[in-house]
Structure formats: structure tokens, C-alpha cells
Ligand binder design. Structure first.
Ligand SMILES: NC(=O)c1ccc[n+]([C@@H]2O[C@H](COP(=O)([O-])OP(=O)(O)OC[C@H]3O[C@@H](n4cnc5c(N)ncnc54)[C@H](O)[C@@H]3O)[C@@H](O)[C@H]2O)c1
Length: 340
């Protein structure tokens, strides 16, 4: 079995793979995309971020504070095929993270979700096929596409049975990537992310993650709500997720593959609430049941089996939930006003 690569060795590998390379990140002003940009900037890559900055999504100019002179930003929409074709030319890597992330919004406005998470993904891949077929692509997929798990932990062989419009469209987006690899040889792969958290996530509301609104309310000295506290989830710290993106992009063995990302083991939402309060040294929560419109699209307990990415790429999450939550709360204490 592969061993997890030590952090210092990983940095040397990343440096060798990405220094001087041309990298396009869609959704690059968002939570995960901007964290990826920070890491790649430190490795000496030439970075271009594409983001539409739609206010309801997680894009935020503050996410790239300090990098303004290091990278280029193009405020455009990946639904615009013509501008995307131009932006793609000459790129070595495409980290494809632009997406509508809210499950509830996908039910209220299914066609926008369809346009971004499904149709635009096909047009991005068509642009790759026609204008840059050797670009290495990593697509940000989601565990949402499994739906309610039949067994735990969920591995990649689990049936795909999405419970909401977002899950159906992300599933199609993911499979367009694999299809374009299988049929046209485009070096693409996909990571199925679980609950990812950390600095730069959206905390204004619960659109991206419920942890965001928990942290906002905690820092405003208001109680946050824990719905069905017995539910199990696992949580991936964003820096760990970023390492998975980099490893997947640079490794031939990842091409054409799909990998789950897990975290620091399963935890109940109530225990997560307790840990957050303990780590922050403040805050309180109230327990409630799910509001009906959310209950209808809830997936119940979920945690990932991520042995496949460990065995193939040597990736495992490194950050304990306690450390990750601590760093996250510290970040928002310092930069709160930029995220409201
Ligand atoms: N955060 C998580 O827990 C999580 C879990 C599973 C999957 N994912 C996937 O990871 C990706 C990144 O998620 P995130 O958490 O960083 O969310 P995010 O909302 O912070 O980032 C997505 C970015 O995409 C941009 N965007 C959306 N539509 C666009 C469009 N049409 N054109 C250009 N830019 C557009 C948004 O402005 C935003 O900056 C998404 O595709 C999401 O589905 C995230």
C-alpha cells in the first residue's frame, strides 16, 4: 500500500510539476479555487482565474488578497463559450471548479443549475477538444451525487442516485469529463468532494455549507442551529483538498479516474457543534429538526471511503478537525467584515 507523502516531499513534487506552468482555475475567486490559487502562486505557476462573481455564490475578491500582482483575473462566465475558448488557449492545467453549489437553490431555480453545472461543463470540454486537447483537467465533483447512502463508508462503486437537481447536474458534469477522456483522450479526472471547510468559505448564509452560517452566528454572539444532531458527516480541510487537486493534476495514474475525498473520520453534527464552540471558546447552539424543504433533499448520514485516492496518489487528509476549525475561526475573527 502507498504511504502518505510527507509534506516537505510533496512541496518539492508540486514545485517540479507546476513552477512556470500556465494554469486556469474556473471558480478561482471562490472558496476552494482561491485557496488553490494561493498554493499555486507559492509554487511559481502562471495563474489565470475565471470567475463570474455572481453574488449568491462564494466568489469574493478578498479571497485573493495579496496575490493581485501575482496572477490574472478575468471576470467572466463559463457559460460564455467564446470568451472561454480564448482563456483556455495555451493553458497546461485546468482546475474546473466553477459551479452553483446550493442544493436548495438548485430546486428553486433548476435551469440555472443546469446551465452552469451541466451545459457549461460540456461547452468547456468542447473548447478543450477543439482548441487545447492536451490540457490536464481536474473537475470538482461532489458526494451529493451518491444520494442517500446504501452503506457506509461510501466508496466510488456506490450507486449514483442523486436526491436533488444539483446532484443530477453535477453527476452529468462529472461524466462529461470522463467521457471526453475516454473518447477523445483528454487528460481529465474528477474528485468527489465531501463537506469541505476552512478560511475563505462563504459564511454569509448556508448556501455553500451550513458550517459557514454556524461560524457567522457564533462570531455575532448568536446561537446557531444544529439540525438532527445525530447525523454523521466527515469534513475535509480546504488545504488538504487543494493537495488532492494538485496530486490529481500532476499524476498520470489519476487520468480518467474518479476519487472520493474524505476527512478526519465521521462525526455527528452535534459533536461538531460542541467541538466548534470548544475550539472558538465561545458560542452556543440550539438543536432542531430539518426544515421540511431541506428534509426532502437530505442525504442522511454520509462519510467517505477514500482508499482509492490513497492507494493511487498517496493522498489522505492531514488536518484534524480540531486544528482546521481553530484555523477557520481565527481567520474569520480577523477578516469577518470581508465575508458579510
Ligand atoms: N465546498 C464544498 O464543500 C464542496 C463540496 C462538494 C463539491 N464542491 C464543488 O467544488 C467547486 C468549488 O466549490 P466552492 O466550495 O469553492 O464554492 P464557491 O461558490 O466558493 O466557488 C465556486 C465559484 O464559481 C464561481 N462561478 C459559479 N458559476 C460560475 C460561472 N457560470 N462562471 C464563472 N464562475 C462561476 C462562483 O462565483 C464562485 O466563485 C464547486 O464546483 C462545487 O460544486 C464543493
Amino acid at each position: 500500500m502507498t504511504n502518505q507523502t510527507p509534506a516537505s516531499e510533496l512541496d518539492r513534487k508540486f514545485q517540479a510539476a507546476f513552477a512556470g506552468k500556465r494554469i486556469l482555475i474556473t471558480g478561482g475567486l471562490g472558496f476552494i479555487g482561491s485557496t488553490l490559487a494561493h498554493r499555486l502562486a507559492g509554487l511559481g505557476a502562471h495563474i489565470l482565474l475565471v470567475d463570474s462573481l455572481i453574488p449568491e455564490y462564494g466568489g469574493n475578491q478578498f479571497n485573493i488578497e495579496g496575490l493581485e500582482d501575482t496572477l490574472a483575473v478575468n471576470i467572466s462566465d463559463v457559460r460564455d463559450e467564446h470568451s472561454f475558448r480564448h482563456l483556455l488557449l495555451g493553458q497546461d492545467y485546468l482546475f474546473n471548479l466553477a459551479g452553483q453549489t446550493s442544493h436548495l437553490d438548485s430546486m428553486r431555480d433548476p435551469f440555472t443549475d443546469l446551465e452552469i453545472n451541466c451545459r457549461a461543463q460540456l461547452s468547456i470540454l468542447e473548447a478543450c477538444r477543439k482548441h487545447n486537447p492536451s490540457v490536464h483537467i481536474v473537475f470538482a465533483s461532489t458526494r451529493q451525487i451518491y444520494g442517500k447512502p446504501d452503506y457506509l463508508p461510501v466508496d466510488e462503486k456506490h450507486l449514483l442516485r442523486p436526491v436533488d437537481v444539483n446532484g443530477v447536474n453535477k453527476m452529468a458534469g462529472e461524466w462529461f469529463h470522463i467521457l471526453y477522456h475516454n473518447v477523445y483522450g483528454i487528460p481529465a479526472c474528477a474528485l468527489r468532494l465531501g463537506n469541505t471547510y476552512g478560511p475563505r468559505m462563504r459564511i454569509r448564509d448556508a448556501r455553500q455549507t451550513f458550517l459557514g452560517i454556524w461560524i457567522r452566528l457564533l462570531l455575532e454572539d448568536k446561537p446557531f442551529e444544529v439540525w438532527e444532531g445525530h447525523q454523521l458527516r466527515d469534513f475535509t480541510y480546504v488545504d488538504d483538498a487543494v493537495e488532492a487537486f494538485l496530486l490529481a493534476a500532476m499524476s498520470e495514474s489519476a487520468t480518467g479516474r474518479i476519487f472520493n475525498l474524505g476527512g478526519d473520520g465521521p462525526i455527528s453534527l452535534k459533536a461538531l457543534g460542541d467541538l466548534l464552540v470548544e475550539t472558538a471558546g465561545s458560542g452556543q447552539y440550539i438543536e432542531k429538526s430539518f426544515p421540511p424543504e431541506r428534509k426532502l433533499i437530505d442525504i442522511g448520514d454520509y462519510y467517505a471511503n477514500d482508499d482509492a485516492i490513497f492507494e493511487t496518489l498517496g493522498w489522505r487528509s492531514r488536518t484534524s478537525l480540531r486544528d482546521g476549525l481553530g484555523r477557520t475561526v481565527t481567520y474569520y475573527r480577523e477578516h469577518f467584515e470581508h465575508y458579510l
